[in-house]
Write a protein that binds this ligand. Structure first.
Ligand code: SF4
Length: 521
């Protein structure tokens, strides 16, 4: 660096001191003395566990809230009892609080929680400085589905009693959450059968190995991995059977999570997902129902959501608000039958229109000969086709809460028609079109949705309904499930909903209480 160093004033002064040329008499000229870092030492420290976290820490609030819940369902399952040999079990209040706190911190891995219990003050406060193994945590999260549902219902009861849930207006929305499987894990049935054959042979080969050939520990790990692989493949084959029984058009199933489905995502593209249905009470934005489904579209989820709420809350919501994805004659009729005021956009859902387009394509009908191009003559109850031929009334039927009337052209007219290839290339009889007569409920719904009041209610939908979806994805990190299969995915969804509601309770009730406690009377 040469002379350039002298341009730093600190360096110049230090050099003067070391060289003994400093004019300040009595100043220290030897090297500075610094504190040594001794990492070889063993320390014993006093830890005041209660003071590990401040009074207003959310871990305290979660502990307090969970402490209000009746956890006897969990304690009844504890096998360890007083006076009998064996280690005591962990308190369910601790395990529930740990999972709720972890989800609130976007931690969904049992191993990560185990690690944090070793050093993180909030986890140490919750556990009282105890260690908890990942297996214990993982089993607790995934194996008590019914108890967790009960816990969620209890939470709804507490929040209702606190005036935070009213069920006066509930908003339903669906969000796609990535499954724990990749798109490349989707295979056809013959490939799954091949894989299953290989996997079963591998398990048999491992079981036949002698101890000399493999260490016991390695053997156990390999066997477990192979067995899990075989189980997934067997589930995939069962899923094919279900799809075949339901006459589904799906031809491929994931070999890692057979319950996952390829779905279109809001941000574009398709991926293996679950469709998570979230019902939010508009009073304070709390989640009153959550369900993970395999359905790619939303319109069949409205009635099940209201049924679940009726079951858990012992009463139905007074009003349901949902977007165009839930609008169908059947849903409108069903809500009217259940005496639930249904609010949504006037237009039909986009998937119904997309299905109609698919159907035209399938039957080879060109755009100029779609049903909308046929003119209805109400006076004479007949249609006139684009070629001027008559379609006479033929039959009627009721479906999805609406009445359908069918009109048919004569076979002779269509056979000799120059436009047959664009109008009805696959029909050996005359072309037919259907007229849908809206039900009384649909007419009433459309009239209601023209009013300013209904429009104003619908305007608030996005803000209320999409907020929890966004929150659980961004704050809790639930963009992808950490577990596989519908039962476990449902459980993880409920953990997230429970965490969300407790967090909102902290914001609405616990936080203000703390602040008011600090203000002198
Ligand atoms: S095929 Fe039949 S219905 Fe279609 S345009 Fe010709 S006559 Fe009309």
């Amino acid at each position: 660096m040469g002379d350039d160093q002298t341009s730093f004033p600190g360096f110049a002064s230090l050099r003067k001191r070391v060289d003994g040329n400093d004019s300040n008499e009595g100043e220290r000229v030897s090297e500075p003395r610094l504190k040594a870092i001794d990492r070889a030492q063993l320390l014993f420290r006093t830890v005041d566990v209660e003071r590990l976290i401040p009074d207003d820490h959310p871990a305290r609030a979660i502990w307090e809230f969970v402490g209000r819940l009746d956890l006897s369902g969990y304690t009844e399952q504890v096998r360890s009892v007083a006076g009998v040999a064996g280690r005591p079990a962990f308190d369910p209040q601790l395990l529930v609080s740990l999972w709720v706190y972890s989800y609130s911190q976007a931690v969904s891995s049992a191993r990560e929680i185990e690690r944090r219990c070793e050093h993180h003050p909030a986890y140490q406060w919750l556990t009282g400085m105890q260690s908890i193994g990942a297996h214990t945590l993982s089993d607790f999260r995934s194996t008590h589905g019914a108890l967790l549902s009960e816990l969620f219902v209890q939470t709804l009861g507490l929040l209702s009693a606190d005036g935070l849930i009213t069920l006066e207006r509930v908003m339903l929305d669906g969000t796609k959450v990535r499954a724990n499987a990749s798109g490349s894990s989707f295979r056809s049935k013959p490939r799954v059968e091949e894989f299953l054959k290989d996997a079963r042979e591998a398990v048999e080969a491992l079981e036949a190995q002698t101890e000399e050939e493999s260490s016991r520990q390695m053997e156990a790990a390999q066997q477990r991995a192979r067995r899990e692989r075989t189980e997934h493949l067997e589930s995939a084959l069962k899923e094919y059977d279900k799809l075949e029984a339901a006459k589904s058009r799906l031809k491929r199933v994931s070999t890692t999570d057979p319950d996952a489905r390829i779905m279109k995502q809001a941000e574009g593209g398709s991926a293996p997902c679950y469709n998570v249905q979230v019902s939010t009470d508009a009073a304070h934005g709390l989640i009153v129902d959550i369900e993970a489904t395999q359905a790619g579209s939303d319109y069949q989820q409205l009635t099940p959501a209201t049924q679940r709420m009726e079951q858990s809350m012992q009463r139905a919501p007074e009003q349901m608000v949902a977007d165009g994805g839930y609008i169908s004659s059947r849903n409108i009729a069903e809500m009217a039958k259940r005496d639930i005021d249904f609010v949504g956009p006037e237009s039909e859902n986009k998937s119904a229109e997309a299905n109609r387009r698919k159907s035209y394509k399938h039957y080879g009908v060109s755009e100029e000969y779609e049903a909308s191009k046929f003119v209805f003559d109400a006076e004479n109850n007949k249609y006139v086709c684009p070629q001027g031929k008559i379609l006479r009334y033929d039959a009627k039927m009721e479906s999805h809460g609406a009445m359908y009337y069918r009109y048919k052209a004569s076979k002779q007219d269509c056979e000799t028609c120059p436009a047959k290839d664009q109008c009805c290339p696959r029909t050996r009889h005359g072309r037919s079109v259907q007229r849908r007569e809206p039900s009384a409920e649909l007419v009433a719904f459309r009239q209601k949705m023209k009013t300013d009041e209904a429009k104003a209610i619908y305007k608030t939908r996005a803000q209320v309904a999409e907020f929890p979806n966004l929150w659980i994805k961004t704050k809790f990190g639930l963009r992808q499930f950490s577990v596989r299969g519908v039962p476990k995915v449902r459980i993880e969804s409920q953990w997230v909903a429970l965490t969300y509601n407790i967090q909102q309770w902290i914001r609405l009730r616990w936080g203000p209480k703390l602040v008011s406690n600090l203000v002198p009377a």
